[in-house]
Each structure stands twice: as C-alpha cells, then as structure tokens.
Ligand binder design. Structure first.
Ligand code: NAD
Ligand code: MG
Length: 360
C-alpha cells in the first residue's frame, strides 16, 4: 500500500483536529508536516513522529521541507493564499478547506492549477458535495449549481433585531461546530458569499448559474441541476470528517465513523430563499464576484477585519456588512498579476476597513 504523506496546515484548528482524527484511523495516510498560527505543536509532532512542525511564518518553507503528496490547507483567512498557490503550481494534490484563498486569488489559483496539473479537491462540505455530484460528467449537461446555507443563528430575524445581537449569539451556530471566524461568517451569510465565489473558481461556471438557498437542517449539502430538469443532491449529517476523509482518501472513499442518516426517522427537507436585505453580505459577494478583478480579494479582506473587530466587541453585527460595503466602494478592483500585487490589494482593503477608530 502506498502511504500518502499529508502536510496539515492549520493543524490546531477545527478542521485540523478533525483531519488528525481521520489520519489516525487510516493506515494509508501519514502526517509529514504540521503548521499552526501560534499554538505550539511539540506534543502533536511527537505523537505522530512528524519531523517538520512549524508555528507561524511562511507556510511554503514548511512545504518545501516536508515533501507532501497531499496538502490539507486548513489555515483560516488570506494567510492561506501562499500555500494554495505553492501547492497548485507544483501539481501536488490540494485538499482545500481555506476558501478565502480561492476567493482572494481565484484567477492566480486557476492559472497555477492549469500549469501544475495536480488535483484540487474541495473540503468545504458544499463544494465536496458538488464535486461528487459532478464527477464524470461533461460541463455541457450542467445547468446550475445550488449551494445550501443553514441560514445561521439569525435566520428569520429582521434588521432591527440584529442591531444588538451579541458575539455569543453569533457564535451559537444551529448545525455546524466550527472555528470562530467561519461561525460569524455563517451568521452574516458571508460564508455563503465566499462559497459562491469559491464555487465559481472551482467549477468554472458563471455566477448566474450558481444559486444559493437556505436549508435550515444542513442535511442536503448541495445540488446540481442538469439540462434535462433533474437534480442530484448530496445528503448527510453535517460532519466535516466526511469531506475531509473524501479529499484525503480520494479516489478510494474510505470508511468513516460518522452517524448514519436515519431516513425513516421523519427526515424532512425544507428550503427557502435567503433574505438579502437582512443579510447583505451574500448580495455583496455576488456583486464583488461579478465585477471580478480584485473586488473579491477586497471583500474578503474587509470581512476579515470587520469580523475580528466584532469578535473583539469593538463593532456591532450590522457594522460588518457596512464595513465591507464601504471598502468595496473605495477600491478600484484592478486585477492582480501576482501574489505580491494581491498582497498589496489585501493590505489596502484592510487599511480602508480599519479607517474608523473602532476597527483600527
Ligand atoms: P480555526 O480558527 O479553528 O483554525 C484555524 C487554523 O489556522 C489554526 O490551526 C490556526 O493556528 C491556523 N492559522 C491561523 N493563522 C495562521 C497563519 N497566519 N499561518 C498558519 N496558520 C494559521 O478555523 P477552522 O474553522 O478550522 O477553519 C479553517 C478553514 O477551513 C477556514 O478557511 C474555513 O473557512 C474553512 N472551513 C472550515 C469548516 C469548519 O467546519 N470548521 C468548514 C468549511 C470550511
Ligand atoms: Mg461550507
């Protein structure tokens, strides 16, 4: 059996910890490199006999040293861009959880992927679901992609009701247990906005052929509409170990210990339209995606700054979208030629977002 060497970036996070559980259960996977943002990795590296463990710094230095067969990029935020581009450029298999890198660097990533010729396997549950529904089909039979959203903890609220929601309320996600940033993104629907742009780059469809729909129980992860009017859906309990395992064991589809869906227990599938007035982050993402260039990069940067400020208690929940809207109106969105260009755009968007005292 060929053992796959896995470099795990963001090893101490929500995805990182679940990935370790999957690797521990799989005789054909071994960890060759570990990266975290700030938490120490000594115990983890020792437990798994990993020679290359790095806290902070340049992810590509770790990747050069540890010679992975698969890179699982589970870093949070724009900080993951360098690792995504490095991996795609070299044709190393990329298991991608870090959606922000594809949002910010979509064009560069697609070009690097084409040059490198390796596998790009989405770990985001909706995109893993779409990947599975699309496997083996030609593009011309696909009418549209449908991303489902739980709607987050504030589904059904009015704008006025969202003015005073607390950090704790925003962090109480109804169906998924995840890191703090993505949990707030789910409450504002920015997460679905990021996923819309992520889907555009992963599957190469124009935005008007990517739909979003609210599905409160998160059992259906995504659907594909075909030209004959039929839809394929991907179902399962909301458990990230499934898409993580799918990407790491691809194309073998390893067994996982997750709870099985009981169809006879009264399973009901409800869908509703997202409320774009109460949750403008989804509308702003679509606009940024359609405008193209570096608008998505600016959207992402402004959102990162605003979410951090909200989590720190410096701004209110509705200020997140207001900040992003202000930044998108101020930048020129000119395309980036390379990572250095993109880093400048990201910096500039952060500077504009931080313009008010509360956000600095
Ligand atoms: P998290 O906050 O729990 O973990 C983030 C990890 O990234 C930590 O290990 C942290 O140390 C590391 N990190 C942060 N900054 C870094 C830096 N500059 N350099 C290196 N490492 C750094 O986040 P998470 O919930 O695990 O999410 C990780 C990524 O996966 C995000 O992009 C998120 O959108 C995506 N994702 C997560 C889930 C989920 O269920 N948690 C689902 C889908 C997609
Ligand atoms: Mg998702």
């Amino acid at each position: 059996m060929n053992v796959k060497r896995v470099a795990l970036l963001g090893a101490t996070g929500s995805i990182g910890r679940q990935a370790i559980e999957i690797v521990e259960r799989s005789p054909d996977l071994e960890l060759c490199g570990l990266l975290s943002g700030s938490r120490p990795l000594d115990a983890l590296a020792a437990a798994h006999g990993v020679a290359h463990a790095q806290v902070g710094g340049d992810a590509t230095a770790l990747l050069e040293a540890c010679e992975p067969d698969v890179v699982l990029n589970a870093i949070v935020g724009f900080a993951g861009v360098g690792a995504t581009l490095w991996t795609l450029e070299r044709g190393v298999t990329l298991a991608l959880a870090n959606k922000e890198s594809l949002v910010a660097a979509g064009e560069l990533a697609v070009a690097a992927h084409a040059r490198g010729g390796g596998l790009l396997l989405p770990v985001d549950s909706e995109h893993s679901a779409l990947f599975q529904c699309l496997e083996g089909r030609s593009a011309d039979v696909v009418e549209s992609l449908v991303l489902t959203a739980s709607g987050g903890p504030f589904r059904g609220r009015t704008r006025a009701e969202l003015e005073r929601v607390t950090v704790a309320q925003a962090l109480a996600h109804p169906t998924w247990s995840m890191g703090r940033k993505i949990t707030v993104d789910s409450a504002t629907l920015a997460n679905k906005g990021l996923e819309l742009i992520e889907a555009h780059w992963l599957f190469g469809l124009p935005y008007e052929r990517i739909e979003t729909v609210v599905h409160p129980t998160s059992i259906v992860h995504a659907l594909v509409r075909f030209r004959d009017g039929s839809l394929l859906a991907h179902l399962g309990h909301p458990d990230m170990r499934v898409p993580i395992s799918f990407a790491l064991s691809y194309p073998r589809r390893a067994a996982t210990p997750v709870p099985r869906l009981d169809l006879a227990a009264g399973l009901e599938l409800r869908f509703e339209a997202p409320d774009l007035d109460v949750f403008p982050m989804l509308r702003l993402a679509r606009e940024a995606g359609e405008r193209g260039g570096t608008f998505p990069c600016a959207y992402n940067a402004a959102n990162e700054v605003a979410v951090a400020a909200f989590l720190d208690g410096r701004i209110g929940f509705l200020d997140i979208a207001a900040t992003v809207e202000r930044v998108l109106a101020a930048v020129d969105g000119a395309p980036a030629r390379d990572l250095a260009d993109l880093a400048e755009v990201d910096d500039e968007a952060r500077r504009i977002a931080s313009g008010s005292r509360a956000l600095a």
